[in-house]
Design a binder for this molecule. Sequence first.
Ligand code: PRP
Ligand code: URA
Length: 207
Amino acid sequence: MVTVVTHPLVQHKLSIMRDVRTGVKEFRELAGELSLLLAYEAMRDLDLAPERLHTPIVEDDFPMLSGKKLALVAILRAGLVMTDAIVQLVPAAKVGHIGLYRDPQTLAPVAYYNKLPADIAERRVFLTDPMLATGGSASAAIAFLKEAGATTIKLMCILAAPEGIQVIERDHPDVEIVVAAVDSHLNDHGYIVPGLGDAGDRIYGTK
Ligand code: PRP
Ligand code: URA
C-alpha cells in the first residue's frame, strides 16, 4: 500500500527541495520539516489508551500512546536527516541504522553497517530513506529488519519512482510506503525524474 501525502505544505516544501538553486542548509532543513509532516501521516494509526490524569481543574481519562513501542531506522546516509527530525516528535523511540550505498555501476545495494535496537522485534518500525529509486536499498533494508525479527514496518520516503514502489510491493507486500510524491520514472543512471538529484550529496554538501 502506498500513501502519498498531498498536503499543500508538503508539496510546497518538496518543490523547493527539487529546485537546483536550493543550497545545503535549506535543503537539509526542508528534509527535516517534510519528515515531520510525513511522520504525522505515517503515525496516524498508532494505538491510544486512556490514562487517568489530573488537569489543574479535574481528574479524568485522557488518550496516551500505548501498544508497541516505536523504532526509527535510518538507511545511511540520507535517512539520518529524517530520523533526526522525527525523534523529536517521538523521543521515546529507539533509533537504528542500516548502512547501504548504491554501487554506481550496477545500482545494487552494498551493505556496510547494521546496528538495530536489540528489541526491534517488539517495536513498530519506521524505516526512513528520502529516495526510493530502484528499490534495491529499501528492499535490502527491510529484509535486514525482518531477519532481526521486525514484523510491523512502514517505509517513509520523500520521493519515489514507480519502479521502486513495484519492487517493494513485490518483495515486501506487507510494508506500507508513505511518500510525498511519486515521480515519472528513473533515468539511465538510476536517478528519479524529475527528482531532486542525489539526496545524500544535497543534504551533506558532498558534491
Ligand atoms: C541513495 C538514497 C537511497 C538509495 C536509493 O543513497 O538515499 O538509499 O540511493 O536508491 P535505490 O532505490 O536505487 O537503492 P546512496 O546510495 O546515494 O547512498 P548515500 O545515502 O550514502 O549517499
Ligand atoms: N538516490 C538519490 O539520492 N537520488 C535519486 O534520484 C536516486 C537515488
